[in-house]
Design a protein around this ligand. Structure first.
Ligand code: MSP
Length: 650
């Protein structure tokens, strides 16, 4: 019997580029949760999809010489596109929404009209900043160093006639929701939202644009298209049939049980989305969970940073289940995690090949050898078996608690306690020794059945994360359908006529770390642009301020490493004044001190003095920086030695 409904969503993805493993992270987590809830007996609705409108896509399509629809069609439906990726990753979504779907378009127009008719949308003039890649508007005060606070890229000035949503009207209610309920998790995200967005004052939100056309038209005011986030957030209800006739599940599944979203879009889901729903008079989702980012090389994985990891390469090499497991086992869901190929291989070798894989291989091999794969009723129990059962019962309890709190890594850690214990149980019981003595056959039988039981129970627990592996294990042990449910995941010391085991190839062959790392490096290298340079500054500096900077040619008289510092070099410089100038520079990684003596460099000499490692630095040497294949490179600016010390650069 169904336990009730469970509605879970992923963000809908921008099909502006091919998706990478960072995108797959959230969808895999959502899939594991959906499978877990099905296992618990819920009637699950799992929604994902694509968010296809906006200026960025219009621009990309123009560059590619196709229409925006052709552009997104290719990335969503085309080879190795979004849908293919979800198939590859074994994603069990019940529905897939595209915001270009007709029913969604009509529903958005109705939603926009409703917000307008109830007085929460009004016409005004938009003056502000816009980050094109993020499709986000910002006020001047929200920028960080004049750049987009989310992605750090330059923003552009925007001014146009626009509709506004009265977000300010809902500020108190939203604050109450965030501070006084469990709506937003993990709890740390609440402070981020309240301090960064609500306390500085929620301004009304610009919700229509006239400067581009690739969006859903406001039907009562042609020329305006609906702001992408209003269009995108509403997917969670339009996909159930709200304001359209395509589906009829709204009453059954809304409000959603949880929206899983990445941390940078928590703002939209925990402030704008509830305010929109309040305005529409609809119930709010029960929870928003803001997970962390999968970083690569210390930075968020993203196409523009050139550090994306291709899930196809990894899945083809190591298998989809291993990849899914790695993501959920290694990184706590609410925090950021640093993806490395080494860590991936190490996790596969340790947890999957050594622990789980070995347990299954050893057990099935012994069951085959000692009992021909058929384990009959009976057997002689011992005290140790009770310990194994007690642990399995505890693990079951903890696993459920942790999964219910979306703590995949902790839940899996629990399961691995049981798997490790079962491996130890083999060493303790020594079935090979029992097999030598016919009188000990009943004990041997009980040991083998307990091992099968520990594996069966563990396989149920891992099945939401590694569905194919769980299936393979059930088959190898001969577990019937009724023995595969969460309800049946209770360790039984008296299993009867149940087991019919088979041996097979290792579930997870051990990976040769060095060989695979070299291969991966070669395969992943082309994904990274060889040379990366910082984007140009978004803001101009005024001419008079610039002219105050005093750049001079300086000659290196001496250069020494700084004690206890791996980074700093200490320069004694001739700046043409007759008095030596000392400057410290963090370039030891790139230069040996002796190779710089005698060189003519460029320094800015009118910065206030600074102390570093107890030494004074009077100015700064100028260098050129960029990244090559992800690695930071630095070149000191060197000028002709014909230029005298102290010559002014202007
Ligand atoms: N279209 C919006 C979502 C609208 S939901 C109403 C969007 N799309 S996105 O494609 O840019 O990102 C989709 C999700 O992928 C976000 O939750 C984002 O945080 C997540 N990730 C993108 N890169 C990621 C990592 N490197 N690591 C983890 N998640 C990442 O935002």
């Amino acid at each position: 019997m169904s336990k009730g409904t469970f509605y879970i969503t992923t963000p809908i993805y921008y099909p502006s580029d091919k998706l990478h493993i960072g995108h797959a992270y959230c969808t895999v987590a959502t899939d594991a949760m959906a499978r877990y809830k099905r296992l618990c007996g819920y009637d699950v609705m799992f929604l994902t999809g694509t968010d296809e409108h906006g200026m960025k896509i219009e621009d990309k399509a123009r560059d590619a010489g196709v229409t925006p629809k052709q552009y997104v069609d290719n990335i969503v439906e085309g080879p190795r596109g979004v849908k293919d990726l979800w198939k590859l990753m074994n994603i069990s979504n019940d529905r897939f929404i595209r915001t270009t779907d007709d029913y969604h378009v009509v529903a958005i127009q109705r939603i926009f009209k409703k917000l307008h008719d109830n007085g929460d949308i009004y016409k005004g003039k938009y003056v502000g900043k816009y980050c094109k890649p993020c499709e986000s508007f910002w006020t001047e005060s929200q920028l960080v160093d004049g750049k987009c606070p989310d992605c750090g890229r330059p923003v552009i000035d925007a001014e146009e006639e626009a509709y506004f949503f009265r977000l300010s009207k809902y500020a108190d209610k939203v604050r109450d929701l965030l501070e006084n309920t469990d709506f937003l998790q993990p709890r740390s995200r609440v402070n981020e939202m309240v301090n960064n967005f609500i306390k500085p004052g929620l301004e009304d939100l610009c919700v229509s644009r006239t400067s581009f056309t690739w969006g859903i038209p406001v039907d009562f005011d042609p020329g305006h298209v609906v702001y992408v986030w209003v269009d995108a957030l509403s997917n969670y209800i339009t996909a159930l049939g709200y304001a359209n006739d395509k589906y009829h599940d709204y009453d059954k599944y809304w409000p959603a049980d949880v929206h899983f979203v990445g941390k940078e879009i928590v703002r939209f889901h925990s402030i704008i989305w509830p305010a929109m729903l309040m305005s529409l008079g609809l119930p709010l989702p029960k929870k928003v969970y803001g997970h962390g980012w999968l970083n690569f090389g210390g930075e968020k994985m993203s196409k523009s940073r050139g550090n994306v990891v291709d899930p196809y390469i990894l899945a083809e090499k190591f298998g989809v289940d291993a990849l899914r497991f790695f993501m959920l086992r290694t990184f706590p869901f609410g925090a950021d995690g640093n993806f490395t190929n080494e860590l991936l291989i190490q996790t596969i070798n340790t947890d999957l090949a050594n622990d789980l894989g070995n347990l299954v291989s050893r057990t099935t091999a012994m069951a085959e050898k000692y009992f021909g794969g058929k384990l009959p009723a009976g057997g002689e129990l011992a005290e140790l078996d009770g310990e194994l059962k007690t642990l399995a019962d505890q693990v079951r309890e903890n696993y459920r608690t942790q999964m219910d709190a979306f703590q995949f890594s902790v839940a899996l850690n629990e399961v691995w306690q049981l798997i490790s214990r079962a491996n130890k149980y083999i060493d303790e019981t020594m079935p090979w020794a029992l097999a030598k003595d016919e009188a000990k056959k009943p004990r041997l039988l009980a040991v083998m059945k307990n091992l099968c039981e520990a594996i069966r129970v563990s396989a149920i627990f891992v099945s939401p994360v590694m569905p194919d592996t769980a299936e393979a294990i059930f088959q190898r042990l001969g577990v019937p359908a009724e023995g595969r449910t969460l309800e049946a995941a209770v360790f039984d010391l008296e299993t009867d006529g149940y087991w019919n085991t088979a041996t097979g190839a290792p579930l997870f062959p051990r990976i040769d770390m060095e060989k695979e790392l070299a291969e991966l490096e070669a395969l992943q290298a082309p994904a990274r642009p060889a040379i990366e340079i910082e984007p140009l500054a978004a803001e101009n500096v005024d001419f008079d301020t610039f002219c105050k900077s005093d750049f001079r040619a300086v000659k290196v008289k001496d250069c020494q490493p700084v004690k206890k510092s791996e980074k700093l070099l200490c320069f004694t410089l001739d700046d043409g004044t007759g008095t030596d100038r000392q400057i410290l520079s963090g370039i030891a990684k790139w230069y040996k001190p002796e190779e710089l003596v005698g060189k003519t460099l460029v320094a800015i000499v009118n910065l206030p003095p600074r102390k570093m490692m107890g030494l004074a630095s009077n100015g700064m040497l100028i260098s050129a920086v960029h990244k090559e294949k992800g690695e930071e490179k630095l070149n000191l600016l060197m000028v002709s030695d014909d230029i005298p010390a102290g010559a002014k650069l202007c």
